[in-house]
Design a protein around this ligand. Structure first.
Ligand SMILES: [Zn+2]
Length: 219
């Protein structure tokens, strides 16, 4: 009996060790990836685009850290509304949906209505207009800017059919706020990227967007 108890006790210990080892092996990579995803996005982004505090210009770097271009800060928010989710956030629904840290910034319509016009945050050319709601981004428009900067406007209710390579400017309407794709309600998701790596849009955009223009129906 004593031997049996000893065996059970020690077996349990071994099982505990095995389980603990397995747990570490299983969860460590996930924890590592999540940590890298949440802190790394911003760190990598800072190495590619950062505000020069002396010139007040946003400097774009190459992979060796050389400045390849400078762009001016802008107040040209792509739509009206309020910031409902910041870049890099990890809201619970993202984890539930198996998504990583937020790769852009969300601007939601105060009134929860679709239709707020969407405009380029800086001058660029159209890379593509995706009218098919078959991805997490939903109906979306992607623009090319100077110095390998791109911007993507997701979850549109509809996109204006503009031919690729057409130049578009802040103030031009490229689409309308909606809730297509992986979206929890009407909002615009703006991704700004350098070399395809998401950068916090607030690196380029100062202040806050203006309030909504879409009027709440009174009936
Ligand atoms: Zn978003």
């Amino acid at each position: 009996m004593t031997i049996l108890l000893w065996l059970i006790k020690n077996t349990k210990t071994e099982i505990k060790i095995v389980l603990a080892t397995l747990a570490v092996l299983i969860f460590l990579p996930i924890v590592s990836v999540v940590v890298v995803a949440s802190s790394g996005v911003q760190l990598v982004g800072d190495a590619l685009a950062a505000l020069n505090p002396i010139t007040h210009l946003v400097e774009i770097f190459d992979t060796e850290g050389n400045v390849i271009g400078e762009v001016e800060l802008t107040t040209n928010w792509p739509t009206r509304g309020y910031i409902s989710d910041e870049f890099g956030s990890e809201q619970q629904f993202r984890l539930d949906w198996g998504l990583g840290a937020h790769t852009g910034i969300d601007i939601a319509n105060q009134n929860g209505l679709i239709g707020e016009p969407v405009t380029p945050f800086m001058t660029g050319t159209v890379l593509f207009v995706d009218q098919v709601d078959d991805s997490a981004c939903g109906i979306n428009v992607k623009l090319q800017h100077d110095f390998n900067i791109t911007s993507t406007y997701c979850h549109l209710s509809s996109a204006v059919n503009i031919a690729p390579t057409t130049e578009v400017h802040p103030g031009d309407i490229i689409g309308y706020m909606g809730s297509t794709g992986a979206s929890t309600g009407p909002h615009l998701h703006l991704t700004t990227a350098v070399y395809g790596i998401p950068i916090n849009p607030r690196t380029f955009l100062v202040g806050e967007p203006e309030g909504s223009t879409v009027v709440v129906p009174t009936f």
